[in-house]
Design a protein around this ligand. Structure first.
Ligand code: ADP
Length: 483
């Protein structure tokens, strides 16, 4: 059941409020726990240990709201990013709360340690730095300010440096026998806790960047960060003139994304819904045999989710990163892709045959992507064939280009659907695709790979007789001057 936009907004607001509240709580408690420790105030430390329950409770509420949003609604691209980012940030903040409680627990064990002024000073500095990190990420999160979020990483470097000096000093003191070994160990642990709090804050900063910018390949992210730090940081508002110019294009992309994300949500909802139902049933009173059957069904649904996510990541990789190109033997690509599908073909009693090898041709490209694309085609050919049939993988040399064909004698594709099969999630027969474990993304990946390599993919098919998919790529003969 889909809820309306205002309900979705309200839920997202709650998530945001809770997260900000949690970050502020962590920040305040870092300072409280440090005072309790430096003053040896066990009663206050105990209160801080109990207080951790508040953060855990908020964190559970955030989790529930995020899952509810993912499962019950079809969030659009930016919302989806927010929810995924929020889920990760939530666990980082919750762990930081745990670390504060850990420091509080160490207060009792430090009784009688009497750390010297240098240790006390370094602890106070680490505490200030860690508290400030969380104040900063909460502000960055509220303002969706990526520049501020990026600055958290630099601050964390300062904390790491303080931690290094602190540990060094504690070890020195222990060696000089000015510190009892047990106390030195406790103090070293406490230093680690502050350091880890800093790491979590840095992670939250990363999540904010993800929420605002989405997942971007490292090199591109670094460039954007640089541009932001030199340019937009100077202007009070990130909405500059250039941003307005880009709005129209962005809106169009957003519309495409919205469609896509609606599809993804739809595709994921079914197996996720089935999984929760199966898990519910399993938690009840079921006999041994049923338990096993339900368990198997649960595994199958989980595998579906995994396959969809796997293919989505592959598509994202193809869309967002430059292919790593090298000169590759066509024969090697064909053999590797056949190998990938061989076991699946055996289980379905389909024979894989190759013709046109050795071809002596080379293509410039990304091996992983090309093998994946060809394997997708062979996998489909097996999937949509009857047992005891044959699938032929052929290489045809056309001089400047090479045709890699995959032919089957399976169910075929109606003429009207031929162009559409390359669309994401498009399936001629949903039930058959689902039943045999298809994700609906295989051919979208093939098309992407082909065009990324300056080539194309085409299909010819007759229902009841079979299909042939052909990937055409520019090629060179092996050992030609360019190779
Ligand atoms: P799926 O994971 O569902 O196979 P694909 O993107 O690989 O998704 O293919 C899209 C649809 O195209 C499939 O659901 C199926 O209906 C059709 N299809 C693909 N390959 C073949 C084939 N070799 N024979 C018949 N139908 C095919």
């Amino acid at each position: 059941m889909s809820e309306n936009r205002s309900q979705l907004d309200e839920r997202l607001h709650i998530i945001e409020d809770h997260l900000v509240q949690m970050m502020e709580m962590v920040s305040e408690r870092i300072s409280d726990v440090t005072s309790a420790m430096l003053e040896g105030d066990i009663a206050s430390a105990d209160r801080l240990i109990i207080g951790d329950d508040d953060i855990d409770l908020l964190s559970t509420q955030v989790e529930e709201a995020c899952v509810a949003t993912l499962v019950r609604e079809a969030p659009v691209a930016t919302d989806l990013r927010f929810v995924v980012g929020a889920l990760h940030a939530n666990s980082d903040i919750e762990r930081s709360g745990d670390l504060v409680a850990n420091i509080a627990k160490a207060v009792g064990r430090l009784q009688g340690a009497n750390p010297d002024d240098r240790i006390r000073e370094l602890i106070a500095q680490m505490s200030d730095q860690a508290g400030e990190l969380f104040r900063r990420v909460s502000e960055a999160f509220r303002a969706r300010d990526t520049a501020l979020a990026i600055s958290v990483a630099d601050m964390d470097d300062v904390l790491d440096d303080l931690h290094y000096r602190y540990i060094h000093y504690v070890i020195q003191e222990a060696r000089r026998a000015d510190l009892d070994p047990q106390h030195a160990l406790q103090l070293a642990l406490i230093g680690r806790f502050y350091e880890r709090i800093g790491d979590h804050a840095e992670n939250v900063g990363e999540r904010i960047r993800y929420i605002v910018d989405g997942w971007v390949p490292e090199a591109q992210a670094a460039e954007r960060a640089k541009a932001r730090q030199s340019g937009e940081l100077a202007t009070p508002s990130p909405r500059g003139v250039a941003v307005i110019g880009a709005l129209a294009a962005e809106r169009r992309i957003d519309a495409i994304r919205r469609d896509f994300v609606a599809n993804v949500s739809h595709e994921l909802k079914t197996p996720v819904g089935a999984m929760s139902l199966l898990a519910d049933t399993l938690a009840g009173d079921v006999s041994g045999a049923d338990r096993e059957r339900l368990g198997e069904m649960l595994m199958k649904e989980a595998k579906r989710v995994e396959d969809i996510i796997d293919d989505l990541l592959e598509l994202t990789r193809l869309e967002e990163s430059e292919p790593e190109t090298e000169l590759l033997d066509v024969d090697d690509i064909v053999m590797r892709s056949v190998e990938k599908v061989q076991v699946f073909a055996l289980t379905r009693s389909v024979e894989l045959a190759t013709v046109g090898l050795p071809s002596d041709r080379q293509v410039m490209g990304d091996r992983r992507a090309l093998v994946r694309a060809m394997a997708n085609l062979i996998d489909n050919a097996v999937r949509y064939s009857d047992p005891n049939s044959q699938v032929t993988i052929s290489v045809v040399d056309l001089g400047g280009s090479v045709e890699l064909g995959v032919r089957d004698h399976g169910v075929g594709i109606p003429r009207a659907e031929l162009e559409r099969v390359f669309e994401r999630f498009y399936r001629v027969d949903r039930a058959r695709s689902r039943e045999t474990g298809g994700t609906g993304l295989g051919l979208a990946i093939v098309r992407h790979v082909a065009t990324n390599h300056g080539g194309r993919v085409s299909v010819d098919s007759k229902p009841g007789e079979g299909s042939e998919f052909v990937v055409t790529l520019p090629c060179v003969p092996r050992n030609s001057p360019t190779s």
